[in-house]
Design a binder for this molecule. Structure first.
Ligand code: ADP
Length: 211
């Protein structure tokens, strides 16, 4: 489903990623791990088409993202859900509105919106916080809402960049359990993290970045 072929990415004359090759199959749950600054976020940005490689090829569903037309990028992004270290929820909108907005931008039928939002919130264990404002939620709860927002459009892949980076160990573990549950529904999961302890506990495939 995702294939990085000999990717090199250079910033200011310095190669941040050099000759990186990896393959991720449909339905997998994969960690990309490595120390801070090793290029994990950059790899995810390449997948999300917000950066392009200087060399090599990224195939997503057999489409070459390194040579993609700009007009095609929004269509690719609709098939990828993204979760960041900070939940980046809209502060003055309820949990419901934060998620409904993600559906609205894709022209999702209004009549089915309520049901879809509630169902997604239930999946992440936030069914009882639908009309709460993000400021009244814990960090872990905010991340669960961010995950709900990322999956509400039913993406092929959920990509998360240090999704538990700001959380205590129990909340972090809970977030990873939810990601595993989403994986069981068929969504491919790719997580970048330097939290080796959690990676070890999860017992999933790990793509390690060295040097
Ligand atoms: P990680 O996610 O593993 O912490 P990053 O992909 O964020 O690593 O960064 C890898 C390296 O690339 C770092 O040295 C970082 O400073 C550098 N870098 C990332 N983005 C840019 C950018 N837009 N311009 C210049 N350097 C960058």
């Amino acid at each position: 489903m995702i294939q990085f072929n000999n990717i090199t990415k250079i910033y200011n004359g310095v190669p941040v990623i050099r000759d990186f090759t990896a393959r991720i199959d449909k339905g997998e749950f994969v960690f990309i791990s490595g120390p801070s600054g090793s290029g994990k976020s950059t790899l995810l940005k390449l997948l999300f088409c917000s950066e392009r490689p200087d060399n090599g090829q990224i195939l997503f569903q057999d489409e070459d993202l390194s040579a993609i037309r700009r007009s095609r990028i929004p269509y690719i992004r609709r098939t990828i859900g993204f979760v960041f270290q900070d939940s980046m929820l809209l502060t003055y909108r309820t949990v419901f509105e934060n998620i409904a907005l993600a559906l609205r931008v894709t022209g999702f039928p209004k009549g089915e919106m309520d049901h879809r939002v509630q169902e997604t919130l239930r999946l992440v264990g936030m069914g009882d916080k639908v009309y709460t404002l993000p400021s009244a939620l814990s960090g872990g709860e905010q991340q669960k809402v961010a995950i709900a927002r990322a999956i509400v459009n039913d993406p092929l892949v959920l990509v998360a960049d240090e999704p538990a980076g700001n959380l205590d160990i129990d909340s972090a573990w809970e977030v990873f359990q939810i990601l595993e549950k989403i994986n069981r529904t068929g969504t491919t999961i790719v997580i970048a993290t330097h939290n080796y302890e959690l990676v070890r506990r999860m017992q999933k495939r790990v793509i390690s970045i060295k040097n």
